[in-house]
Design a protein around this ligand. Structure first.
Ligand code: SAH
Length: 213
């Protein structure tokens, strides 16, 4: 499948929706999303929709991936240093992150998806991306501190370990449930003077769960 034209069309839509960071645009143009979905869904790979990836989980919509990665990129000069992703899923967003950050650690709690991501990513040979099977609620201390942390699953609150493992000057981008019971995108900046939390638009992510499966 020569997908570069459909991918370019997808990126034009992302730009019309407000995505403008050059590194994010380059990454969204480069990573072949159709390689991360089942063969029956390949035709829909470049539509702005989330798609099932098995185990009741979904690959996020391209505009959600681009929006979250852009929020990370805006927090520091390029390239980002070490980044932690919670929820590898099929590995698509991890591949995007690997193009904007020096080192990416991506944690997945479902063994079958961790294995699927490894299969999807094998041919791409991404030396700066490390896949970890485990519970991302505790972060991944071995790679800390992180310039950026991004979660693809939403819980009631942000685990303290994520904030702890963020570098000073670092940024966390994650969905979290608000006092009104809605799921919102949340940005947490760790500054020398403390934590700054910003609530953004409503989002729909799969639940953050503890333990492994
Ligand atoms: N970024 C992924 C999106 C996958 S959906 C992609 O591009 O495909 C979110 C993923 O988060 C699911 O695979 C789910 O199993 C995982 N998840 C949920 N809670 C988790 C936890 N505590 N630790 C690690 N992964 C978790």
């Amino acid at each position: 499948m020569d997908s570069s034209a459909v991918r370019a069309a997808m990126v034009r839509k992302l730009q019309a929706q407000g995505i403008s960071h050059p590194a994010v645009i380059a990454a969204m143009l480069a990573v072949e999303r159709h390689r991360f979905v089942d063969s029956a869904l390949v035709n829909q790979a470049y539509e702005d929709t989330s798609l099932p990836i098995g185990q009741g989980q979904t690959i996020s919509k391209p505009n959600v991936v681009a929006r979250m990665v852009e929020l990370l990129c805006q927090s520091s000069p390029q390239p980002l240093g070490r980044v932690l992703e919670i929820g590898t899923g099929c590995g698509y967003q991890a591949a995007v992150l690997s193009r904007v950050a020096r080192e990416v650690y991506s944690v997945e709690r479902i063994r079958a998806l961790h294995d699927k991501a490894r299969d999807n990513l094998r041919a791409l040979r991404v030396p700066n991306l490390h896949l970890i099977f485990g519970d991302g609620m505790v972060g991944f201390a071995q790679g800390a501190p992180y310039a950026g942390i991004i979660a693809a699953a939403g819980g009631n609150d942000l685990p303290a370990a994520w904030i702890d493992q963020l570098a000073v000057g670092g940024r966390l981008v994650a969905p979290a449930v608000t006092a009104q019971g809605r799921q919102n995108l949340v940005v947490v900046d760790k500054t020398a003077r403390g934590i700054v939390r910003t609530e953004l638009e409503a989002v729909h992510f799969v639940p953050l769960k503890s333990g492994i499966a």
